[in-house]
Design a protein around this ligand. Structure first.
Ligand code: PLP
Length: 441
């Protein structure tokens, strides 16, 4: 690699692609999350732990398509399974044995799952979980946590960005994420304070008869990967059970934390779980699963289901064989290896911060990590919101890491993939030490 960020230079392939793209794609692409100012690098290809941009720059990929690519790029086993399936047809208006096999695998691994339904994205998985909870309980409203991201279903995206200031009652305010969100949508969502047992309990009690579901990501990326504290989650389980409210875990990202997902680590069993990312082997995917009793709302065998669930590409066999191959490769030993590497990376970065005298901390579990360049206690979720000055410093560190061959999200959130080992972790820690120096100037 040449070093530096070639894509930033005038006349680079990325600059040309961006100019061409922005005429036909608002902002030059199709995902808000992959834009970074003034324009992002464009991808050419990837193999294993390496992603190559359109300017020929190679970087170690710690984004892995926002955690979905747990086996990195172009995994030979997944490719072989997909190519075999391509020859047999890519989608049928008939179920296939492949979806049974993937559902069997998931129900064997994840404690709360008895039955599963597939979707094409995590957004849809969350959407179907919410609809299932409404159909099951006959209640209209949901509760979710302030500042948490769950994809772009209208109700789930309320307060994705925290309102910051609490309302008159001291509790978070339902805040639109998309312009023009109907007031009726905002009124349908009770916004809860993360890791605040008393506040959460009071709000749930207040709305107990109208709440179909409480939606929670047990280790939310958007709150800096600071997990739900065990006592908090335990209490949430008790009160939702007592009031007949469906407890939904969003494990779209956190399923990659362990063989049985984050719920097996935390020892709390939800009624429904939304999944996505790793279970599709790199292809578009989502799934909702849970107890057979709640999942029965999707069952059409006794007449029209309480929660109809269509989808032209649901459980398409290409995604199913890719997901099955990917998940089978994720043995308990492989999760352990990733967790050891993750621990090594987190400890290495903390040591670099200490030695450099830069205030910071690293959160994360298993193969996930998030570097914070401040030392405010993250137990209070509001502390994960950065000042303009902190954002600028994080931006400079990000730019320097990109220039030193590390692809990571602009928030300095990242993850490992199975093609990685100790050399990749050491390369990351060394690049981080150098990037910190670059960013301080
Ligand atoms: N939930 C969480 C916690 C996520 O991180 C995401 C995506 O990043 C989603 C839901 C939505 O998944 P998808 O992007 O597949 O729609």
């Amino acid at each position: 690699r040449r070093g530096g960020n070639v894509y930033r230079e005038p006349g680079s392939a990325a600059a040309d692609l961006f100019e061409r793209a922005r005429r036909v794609l608002p902002g030059g692409n199709t995902r808000t999350t992959v834009y970074s100012a003034p324009y992002p690098p464009y991808a050419a290809r990837g193999r294993g732990a390496v992603i190559v941009d359109a300017d020929g720059e190679e970087r170690l990929d710690f984004v892995n398509n926002y955690t979905a690519l747990i086996h990195g790029h172009a995994d030979p086993d997944i490719n072989e399974a997909v190519i075999r399936q391509l020859a047999d047809g890519v989608a049928f208006a008939m179920p296939t044995e492949h979806e049974i096999a993937l559902a069997e695998l998931l129900t064997e691994r994840v404690p709360s799952l008895q039955q599963v339904r597939f979707t094409n994205s995590g957004t849809e998985a969350v959407m179907m979980a919410i609809k299932a909870a409404r159909a099951y309980t006959g209640r209209p409203r949901i509760a979710k946590f302030d500042g948490c991201y769950h994809g772009s279903y209208d109700f789930a995206e309320v307060s994705t960005q925290s309102s910051g200031k609490p309302g008159e009652d001291g509790f978070p305010v339902a805040t639109p994420y998309t312009g023009g969100t109907p007031q009726a949508v905002l009124d349908s969502v009770v916004v809860l304070p993360f890791n605040d047992i008393d506040g959460t309990e009071r709000l749930i009690e207040q709305h107990r008869d109208e709440l179909a579901a409480v939606l929670i990501d047990p280790n939310p990326r958007s709150l800096g990967l600071y997990p739900a504290e065990p006592a908090f989650l335990q209490r949430l389980r008790e009160i939702t059970r007592a009031y007949g409210i469906v407890l939904i875990f969003d494990e779209v990202i956190s399923l990659r934390s362990d063989y049985g997902g984050m719920q097996s680590v935390l020892g709390v069993t939800p009624d429904l779980t939304a999944m996505g990312k790793i279970i599709g082997g790199g292809f578009p995917v989502g799934a909702v699963g849970g107890s057979a009793e709640v999942m029965s709302v999707f069952d059409p065998t006794g007449g029209p289901p309480r929660a109809p669930h269509g989808g032209t590409f649901n459980a398409n066999p290409v995604t199913m064989v890719a997901g099955l191959t990917a998940m089978r490769k994720l043995t308990p030993a492989e999760f352990d290896r990733l967790a050891t590497l993750g621990q090594q990376l987190r400890a290495g970065v903390e040591e670099v911060l200490r030695e450099a005298g830069v205030p910071g901390q690293v959160t994360g579990y298993g193969s996930l990590f998030h570097i914070h360049l401040h030392q405010r206690p993250l137990a209070d979720y509001r502390n994960s919101v950065l000042s303009a000055q902190e954002r600028a410093f994080v931006g400079r560190v990000h730019e320097a890491l990109m220039g030193r061959g590390i692809f990571i999200t602009p928030a300095l959130f990242g993850c490992l993939s199975t093609p990685m080992g100790v050399p990749e972790v050491e390369a990351f820690v060394d690049a981080f030490a150098a990037a910190l120096q670059d960013a301080r100037g």
